[in-house]
Ligand binder design. Structure first.
Ligand SMILES: [Zn+2]
Length: 216
C-alpha cells in the first residue's frame, strides 16, 4: 500500500492540492506495533516506498483505561535512514497509536492542502456546515468543525485536529475529515484512495459553494 500512497500523492499534486513538497500520509496495519509515514521535504512527484519512515509505537499502560505512548524511529531502508519523518508526525502518531473502529483493519491518515477547501475556510465557511445542503457529501463523508489558525507542524495543530475529530482513548474517531483554517485538511479511512475520496468529495462541494457565491 506504500506504492498506492505514492500514487495518491502524485494525483494530489496533479490536481493542485499540494505543491511539490507539501502533504503527508501515514499507514498502519492493525496487527503491527509500527506505522509508516512519508518523509519530510521530499518531492511528492518522485516519492518511492523505500523513502518512507518506519515509526514504532511504545505503549505503557498506567491502568486499565489509560496508557502512555511514545514513538521511536525504526530501521527500514538505507535511503530512508537519511531522511526525517514528516513534521506533522504528532498529528499522525495521535491517530495511529490506537486504531479505534479500524482495529481489525488498516488506518490511513492523509493530510493535503486542497485549493477549494482552503479557500472556503479562508472565506469564513465552517466546512462542517456545507454538509446540510449537499446530501451526497454527508452520505459518505462526516465533516468535523474547522480547526482555527494554528502553527503548522505543531503539537497544537495535532491536538486541535484530534479534538475536532473527537479522537477517543481507544483511537475511535467520530469524523472522516477535518479542515485546518489557512492550511489544509486531514482525512482518515482504511485505504489511501478511500481517504483521498473524502477530500475529493469535500473539495468538489467547496468548489460548488464558492462558485455559487451563496455564503456569508
Ligand atoms: Zn500541511
Amino acid at each position: 500500500m506504500l506504492e498506492t500512497i505514492c500514487e495518491t500523492l502524485v494525483e494530489a499534486y496533479r490536481r493542485n492540492w499540494i505543491t511539490s513538497r507539501d502533504g503527508n500520509v501515514s499507514i498502519r496495519h492493525h496487527d503491527r506495533d509500527h506505522f509508516y509515514v512519508t518523509p519530510s521535504g521530499v518531492r511528492k512527484q518522485t516519492l518511492q516506498p523505500d523513502q518512507f519512515k518506519k515509526i514504532g509505537i511504545v505503549k505503557q499502560p498506567i491502568n486499565r483505561n489509560v496508557s502512555v505512548y511514545n514513538h521511536t524511529l525504526l530501521d527500514y531502508t538505507d535511503i530512508s535512514s537519511k531522511l526525517k519523518p514528516s513534521g506533522e508526525l504528532p498529528l499522525h502518531f495521535g491517530l495511529q497509536k490506537e486504531m479505534g473502529q479500524h482495529r481489525n483493519d488498516v488506518r490511513v491518515v492523509v493530510h493535503l492542502h486542497p485549493t477549494y477547501c482552503v479557500a472556503a475556510m479562508h472565506a469564513g465557511i465552517d466546512l462542517s456546515t456545507v454538509v446540510k445542503d449537499f446530501p451526497e457529501l454527508s452520505r459518505y463523508t462526516k465533516v468535523a468543525k474547522n480547526v482555527p489558525d494554528v502553527p503548522p507542524i505543531s503539537q497544537e495543530l495535532a491536538d486541535r485536529c484530534h479534538k475536532n475529530l473527537e479522537l477517543a482513548n481507544d483511537g475511535t474517531i467520530s469524523y472522516d475529515i477535518v479542515g485546518i483554517k489557512g492550511h489544509g485538511v486531514v482525512a482518515i479511512d482504511t485505504s489511501p484512495w478511500r481517504a483521498f475520496e473524502h477530500i475529493e468529495r469535500l473539495e468538489h462541494i467547496c468548489k460548488i459553494v464558492l462558485c455559487s457565491r451563496k455564503f456569508n
